[in-house]
Design a protein around this ligand. Structure first.
Ligand SMILES: Nc1ncnc2c1ncn2[C@@H]1O[C@H](COP(=O)(O)OP(=O)(O)O)[C@@H](O)[C@H]1O
Ligand SMILES: [Mg+2]
Length: 243
């Protein structure tokens, strides 16, 4: 197991937003889904050591609290959807601002996410999709065993969505655990091994994609009736009606 959570809870201002959840995750690409406010970001941040939690969280059989800050930073990378940026900073400086990035990998990601013509551009002058691609390049260049991507599909276009998801699949085959929090079930669920579904701070489902989509969970958590089409190894999830 890469991650084992037992009765994991997170509270903000005495309000519990992750409620004693327990799950285990192995290598692979995992979709973390659930409606707005379900706790996806908070769960990713707890796993990344960015918010304090109660209960137990073991990463590769070691308590997360027993890792030094540097060990943890190498092992786990949290990639935010967008960041409050310093407008005068350039894309290149943003990408290089983390000392743990591998310069070699960074070059590969600059190519993959087509960032080379943007490197000198100030952050105040790039689109949200371009900024998001820069954050993905920076985060993935750390080459962490566990990567937690928070809404990585929300700003990038369809082509970059496929570029990213196909690449995540390759990375997971190399032994990484990649968590993808997203509401874009399409195209995400065609590219993941497992689904963790959250509702109001509770894990209401963990399992494979087909079991998730054949269960009542999607309708229950989103309040929407879906039409689901499996074809040629892909799946399309079409929201049809409010439940
Ligand atoms: N810093 C914070 N302080 C207080 N409440 C927060 C904070 N961040 C998130 N919340 C609340 O915690 C709950 C879970 O939020 P979040 O993890 O961001 O959900 P999701 O990513 O699934 O939309 C929501 O009700 C949200 O309003
Ligand atoms: Mg979120």
């Amino acid at each position: 197991m890469v991650i084992e959570a037992v009765k994991l809870s997170v509270s903000y201002d005495n309000t519990q937003v992750i409620k004693e959840v327990s799950f285990t995750l192995a290598e692979g690409v995992v979709a973390v889904v659930g409606p707005n406010g379900a706790g996806k970001t908070t769960l990713l941040k707890a796993i990344s050591g960015l918010v304090s939690y109660a209960g137990s969280l073991k990463i590769m059989n070691k308590d997360l609290r027993d890792f030094s800050a540097e060990e943890r930073a190498r092992l786990i990378t949290y990639v935010p959807p967008l960041v409050d940026v310093m407008p005068d900073m350039s894309v290149g400086d943003l990408i290089l601002s983390d000392p743990l990035v591998s310069k070699e990998l960074l070059e590969e990601y600059i190519e993959l996410f087509e960032l080379s013509s943007l490197l000198k551009r100030r952050l105040s002058k790039v689109s949200s999709g371009e900024l998001s691609r820069a954050l993905l390049a920076k985060g993935l260049s750390k080459n962490s065993k566990i990567v937690a991507l928070d809404e990585p599909l929300s700003h990038i276009d369809l082509r970059f969505q496929l570029i990213l998801l196909k690449h995540l699949r390759v990375l997971s085959k190399g032994g990484k655990l990649i968590l993808v929090a997203s509401n874009q079930l399409n195209p995400l669920l065609s590219y993941v091994d497992r689904v963790v579904a959250l509702k109001k701070g509770e894990v209401v489902f963990t399992g494979d994609v087909a079991s998730f989509l054949r269960s009542s969970t999607p309708e229950r958590i989103y309040g929407v009736k879906f039409e689901v089409v499996f074809k040629d190894g892909y799946v399309d999830i079409i929201p049809r009606e409010l439940a």
